[in-house]
Design a protein around this ligand. Structure first.
Ligand code: AMP
Ligand code: MG
Length: 266
């Protein structure tokens, strides 16, 4: 079922035409039960990934503000062993980072074999916020789609499995979430008046996302568009895709380099 949400390479799409409150007709209780099972399965699969040290896994999370990147990380990834699973946030680049090519800071943070890294924002900001706000000339950001595809292909060829999630919400839903942040004193820390500037150019962001999804969903690094307004459905879908992705690696615990039966512990 989750394959429906995978963007086929080369497809044309408009996010505005894709429902963001979809739940595939599932029942919330059933979904939550299934999520718990998937969560256990994910923990088991992660242990094999870590033990085998053959593959690494890179998860890219992109979304507009309030779509739930942080809460997806908390619900889907926090049960994993934190020794081998790291969430990394990409903020506006420092001066040193801007003095390098856009992938410089990204490559330093890709996962080693056995590890899972979750990118909370990513190199895709360099064709999203950078494009919408004209932070570099058009000819520079335009060339980046090809650079991103080549970079991700190289990572995949070298043993990194890549999965990318766009958490899809509508502009109306974002308004509700932002209002909640204003109405609730405990949530003020999450509100940044600058987020309203991004909201004001919502359509420009959607156009930029359309291009990302059309140009950078590849066989080795697919994009999934996750309807994210029902959190239980969002979590279920992300968990299903994570489990399916790890299962497809056909991993196994490594054979010991010794014969356990021949060893006597005094
Ligand atoms: P947040 O994730 O809400 O804490 O905000 C991080 C901010 O950093 C967002 O406004 C991003 O758009 C911004 N950001 C992330 N990467 C880049 C980048 N490569 N260039 C410019 N701004 C960026
Ligand atoms: Mg923000």
């Amino acid at each position: 079922m989750h394959e429906t949400y995978r963007i086929q390479p080369g497809s044309k799409l408009r996010l505005g035409d894709i429902p963001s409150n979809d739940d595939a007709g599932l029942n919330r209780d059933d979904a939550e039960k299934e999520f718990k099972q998937l969560s256990k399965r994910l923990v088991d699969l992660q242990e094999i990934l870590y033990a085998q040290k053959k593959h690494s896994l890179l998860v890219v999370l992109q979304a507009m503000d309030t779509a739930g990147k942080d809460s997806t990380i908390r619900s889907v990834f926090s049960p994993l062993d934190q020794l081998a699973c790291h969430a990394l946030s990409f903020k506006a680049p420092s001066q040193e980072e801007r003095d390098h090519d856009f992938l410089w800071r990204v490559h330093q943070r890709t996962p080693a074999k056995g590890f899972i890294h979750i990118f909370n924002r990513s190199h895709y900001e360099d064709v999203l916020v950078v494009r919408v706000k004209n932070l570099v000339p058009k000819e520079v950001w335009k060339a980046r789609y090809d650079h991103i595809n080549a970079f991700e292909k190289m990572l995949a060829d070298e043993g990194t499995t890549i999965v990318k999630f766009y958490l899809h919400i509508s502009k109306g839903y974002q308004k509700e979430r932002l209002q909640r942040r204003l109405d609730n004193a405990d949530k003020h820390w999450k509100f940044n008046p600058d987020d309203l500037k991004e909201r004001a150019v919502w359509d420009d962001y959607m156009a930029a996302y359309d291009d990302v999804l059309e140009r950078c969903s590849t066989k080795h690094a697919p994009w999934y568009v996750i309807p994210a307004e029902k959190r239980w459905f969002r979590d279920l879908l992300v968990a299903r895709i994570m489990v399916a992705t790890l299962e497809s690696l056909d991993m196994k615990y490594p054979d010991p380099a010794f014969d356990p039966r021949s060893i006597v512990i005094e």
